[in-house]
Design a protein around this ligand. Sequence first.
Ligand code: MF3
Ligand code: CO
Length: 239
Amino acid sequence: MAASGAVLAECHEALAAELGVGVTTAHLDAVAEELIRSRGGVPAFKGYPGPTPYPASICASVNDAVVHGIPGAYALRDGDVLAIDVGVILDGWVSDAARTYGIGTVSPIASRLIEVTRVSLERGIAACLPGNHVGDIGHAVQTEVEAAGFSVVQSLVGHGVGRSMHEEPQVPNVGRPGTGAELTDGLVIAIEPMVNVGHHEVILAEDGWTISTRDGTLSAHWEHTVAVTADGPRILTLS
Ligand code: MF3
Ligand code: CO
């Protein structure tokens, strides 16, 4: 799983190097797929079952899109908030990670949203210790986000990762300390806070995939695949 995560981290670095005004999300998708396959991996999202099989290797969710935005002809604009989510399968092992970027010059609220979401993921990861519970992760994420005045999406959650992308346990981004599934040595989970500037509610688009904020406010998404170990959390998708 660490090898899979290393390919995914490299993929995110390659994508970060491509970002700029005028770049299409379809181009980013092509760059990701080529990088993943060149390392012997398979894009985990492509063909993933849904209302229609997921058509791409990345999710590219712009501005009020929270997650699962389908890449296409859209060209990035100055001030956009872009969340890129990618999954890799290497030798049958899955890794899953997302990062959010400001394109060009973004508003102060956008850059604060991106940073608060990133830090909330760090807080959640710090709670990944054997004997803790998923509620400790959710509590850590939620506390960070709400202290900043933003809201945590509650209808979507993180998840166990392994041979499949979505395994037990569910990893909510809200919770009470000491509640929910216990974290055990060797468990690998994807922690993925989705944070909105406004209300936490989301809506599904007619394409069957794109999930956006109901109130149209900006959203950000950060995700790492993390192993729970006796030596502390091991982030498998870190560059
Ligand atoms: N990180 C996302 C998740 O855990 C990515 C899934 S996109 C999909 O659900 F297309 F594969 F569904
Ligand atoms: Co995920």
